[in-house]
Design a protein around this ligand. Sequence first.
Ligand code: HEC
Length: 113
Amino acid sequence: MRTFRMMTAGLLGLFMSLPLTALAEEGDPILGREKAYTCMGCHAIDGYRNAYPAFRVPRIGGQHAQYIVSSLQAYKNGDRRHPTMQAIAGTLSEQDKRDIAAYFEAFGRSETP
Ligand code: HEC
């Protein structure tokens, strides 16, 4: 069984690494910029407060990519509760999360894509 599992994991890894060899683990900030479009209404506003209803939105620009990915994961699996973020995180694929996180990590730096 063990060998079988390892073989499956190996094959799966090989399969997944085919299209985006270099970027798969890292996340692509350029793709992330497009995918992050919907996040901007709430997360990229001056003072990080949206217009209506008035609630505080945490700043995620400049946050570590890993932190963003794991927060999204926590919303998705219900460890962290917030109706809006849970709904949004539920629509993102693993790759979407990495790309978006890579974009936000670069956000605010001079090399922002
Ligand atoms: C409708 C407004 C809205 C949209 C759109 C939105 N967010 Fe959020 N987001 C929030 C709010 C409000 C919180 C704080 C929730 C809480 O208290 O847990 C939050 C929290 C987060 C956090 C956790 C931040 C921290 O400091 O722990 C991350 C990461 C995040 N959002 C990422 C995203 C991403 C990525 C997108 C786009 C795919 C997105 N959000 C879209 C409102 C929004």
